[in-house]
Design a protein around this ligand. Structure first.
Ligand SMILES: O=C(NC/C=C/[C@H]1O[C@@H](n2cnc3c(NCCO)ncnc32)[C@H](O)[C@@H]1O)c1cc(-c2ccc(F)cc2)cc(O)c1O
Ligand SMILES: [Mg+2]
Length: 215
């Protein structure tokens, strides 16, 4: 049977990227998605904004919702200081298998823990299973109708502290209207919008960065 797009993306990484070199993996995936097959990675333009938010924050404990093929996982993990940890949740077994191989290719397994599970099942287990009380940085890039319920779940589980930064992809395209309305009107967040473009496209898209300042 025909291979899947994530399988073809992994082949491109294994053929064109250098083991242990995150930048070469990022470049190989971006080239493939721009020139051969579009895929829903954050991409290079929004990815640079993600890089600057992570670099400025220097987080120790990071949560990513929606791994897909691991492109943003690699972008984030490559910037983390020694001892920092990134937990990424992916409930599709096929995508998780691809992402594990991409993460292994760049040699970032010691910083990244991929949990093959739905976010709503694992957010409540972060403390007892990983000993994580609160996260410093959360990247949301999973189903768009799950950003708001999962944010409320993280609040309810006490995983967000004063200063925790949440960064959400696709706030314009495909869009996350309920999430935007909530975080822009809620008194416990201040937020800013980074205007950009949909990955590998000229369509408008953007990232919304929120920092929790009232615990
Ligand atoms: O739909 C988009 N992303 C979804 C990502 C889903 C990934 O995350 C995984 N996932 C989903 N929910 C959960 C979950 N928990 C929730 C469910 O229990 N727990 C764990 N993992 C979860 C999926 O298995 C996938 O791996 C998107 C679309 C466009 C787009 C724009 C324009 C177009 F024309 C077309 C497409 C651009 C983008 O950047 C996009 O991110
Ligand atoms: Mg996205």
């Amino acid at each position: 049977t025909r291979s899947t797009r994530p399988q073809r993306l992994l082949k491109v990484v294994q053929k064109h990227a250098t083991r242990g070199d995150p930048q070469s993996v990022i470049s190989a995936i971006d080239h493939f998605c721009r020139r051969s097959e579009w895929a829903m990675n954050i991409g290079d333009e929004k990815g640079s904004i993600l890089d600057s938010v992570v670099s400025e924050l220097n987080p120790e404990k990071v949560l990513e919702l929606g791994t897909y093929c691991g492109y943003s996982t690699v972008r984030i993990a490559r910037l983390l200081p020694p001892g920092a940890r990134l937990i990424t949740l992916e409930f599709n077994a096929d995508y998780a298998a691809i992402a594990r191989q991409v993460i292994a290719w760049v040699g970032l397994e010691d910083k990244v823990q991929l949990v093959e599970s739905a976010s709503e099942d694992w957010i409540p287990r972060m403390t007892e299973h990983f000993g994580i009380e609160t996260f410093d940085f959360v990247f949301l890039d999973h189903w768009k109708d799950r950003y708001l319920p999962d944010t409320k779940l993280m609040e309810g589980c006490g995983l967000l502290r004063k200063g925790t930064v949440l960064l959400a992809d696709n706030v314009i395209c495909p869009g996350v209207p309920d999430y935007l309305e909530y975080v822009r009107n809620s008194l416990s967040y201040k937020s800013c919008y980074f205007k950009s473009h949909l990955e590998y496209s000229k369509a408008e898209d953007g990232l919304e960065k929120k920092s929790v300042f009232l615990g």
